[in-house]
Design a protein around this ligand. Structure first.
Ligand SMILES: Cc1ncc(COP(=O)(O)O)c(C=O)c1O
Length: 343
């Protein structure tokens, strides 16, 4: 039987299962991974945890990871939930709050998983287009619904919604406002500081980007303890494995490693933005680890294909709003040199 949902994997990451080239054969700038390795303590922690204890289920609450994250981010452990990547946390939010006909609100274009998850729940999307400069659409400030998503920095634009706007939204919106901060370590400000004042606000983080751990699948949800207690009712019991839990703790314990990688990526991002502008692209100012580069009115699908033929993967979205753009992940300096040469 045909499902109600378009293929999520292809839609989100721009490849068809089975067609993904091997990572080592290509310069992979299409899924916003980190080009630098995780902190050395992560592999050590995983090796130490790869013991006979693997026969035992993991801690269902991920207590040690929550305690460590609570210390790092200045909250209490009961204000954190752990997920199998932030996609797992997004899915929990949908299962907890959205049923048939319920409205979910967000500006678009944004992270395409939101739409897929609403469809699975048979909810209704109320989306408003971002204006050309990707500032937050004023029409959304009066919207009503069960959930509102603010991807901040936004993907695929890389642009940032100021915290004052988010605070205003949280004060007015009757449902839960979810700030998806997958890329926030590459930006200047986090909505974590708003949580104390807004019990209907939830902030999502992932270890897949700044912490270089996309392969481990670790995400954190921050929010009011009563709200998180409700959400945890729809959590799979053992949603995060033993190795991922210890990897997350080790990554947080070497926070400076992550910050150094972020600093390198931000420097390369600046260079990439100027180089693309010199080649005639319109580039939105990015606050993430990727850049959206546009040639107004010129479909970039053939450019993406030619780059792919020369071994460089970038992301193209075949939608009316984004067809003339490429989303390029910030890689290492040599990788970006290879991209620029191929362009
Ligand atoms: C905006 C956004 N949120 C969430 C995710 C999912 O991250 P994770 O790897 O933690 O599931 C991504 C991944 O690309 C993303 O771009």
């Amino acid at each position: 039987m045909k499902s109600r949902v378009r293929p999520i994997v292809a839609q989100m990451h721009g490849y068809v299962p089975g067609e993904q080239p091997r990572d080592r054969d290509v310069v992979k700038l299409n899924t916003n991974e980190n080009p630098y390795p995780p902190a050395p303590g992560v592999a050590r922690a995983i090796v130490a945890a790869a013991s006979d204890d693997l026969r035992l289920y993991p801690d269902p609450g991920g207590s040690l990871l929550r305690e460590t994250a609570a210390r790092v981010y200045g909250v209490t452990p009961d204000e954190i939930l752990v997920g199998n990547g932030s996609d797992d946390l997004l899915s929990m939010l949908m299962r907890a709050f959205v049923g048939p006909g319920d409205v979910v609100v967000y500006p678009e274009p944004t992270y395409s998983l939101y739409e897929s998850l609403v469809t699975i729940q048979e909810g209704r999307v109320l989306s408003v287009p971002f204006p050309p400069d990707f500032s937050f659409p004023p029409a959304l400030q009066a919207a009503e619904g069960r959930l509102m998503f603010v991807c901040n920095p936004n993907s695929p634009s890389g642009t940032f919604t100021p915290l004052e706007v988010i605070a205003d939204l949280a004060a007015r919106f009757e449902g839960v406002v979810v700030v998806d901060e997958a890329y926030v370590d590459f930006a200047a400000a986090t909505a974590l500081s708003l949580l104390a004042e807004h019990p209907n606000l939830v902030v999502l983080r992932t270890f897949s980007k700044s912490f270089s751990l996309a392969g481990m699948r670790i995400g954190l949800m921050f929010g009011h303890r009563d709200l998180l207690a409700e959400i945890s009712k729809v959590k799979d019991s053992y949603n995060v494995g033993r190795l991922a839990l210890v990897a997350g703790v080790a990554a947080l314990e070497d926070y400076a490693w992550m910050e150094r990688n972020v600093a390198c990526i931000v420097a390369t991002r600046d260079r990439l933005q100027s180089a693309l502008a010199k080649r005639g692209y319109d580039v939105l100012p990015s606050t993430a680890n990727f850049v959206l580069a546009r040639r107004p009115g010129e479909d970039q699908a053939p450019v993406q294909q030619r780059l792919r033929d020369s071994g460089v993967l970038v992301r193209h979205f075949p939608t009316p709003r984004l067809a003339d753009a490429l989303r390029i992940t910030v890689g290492t300096d040599p990788e970006i040199d290879q991209l620029l040469a191929a362009l």
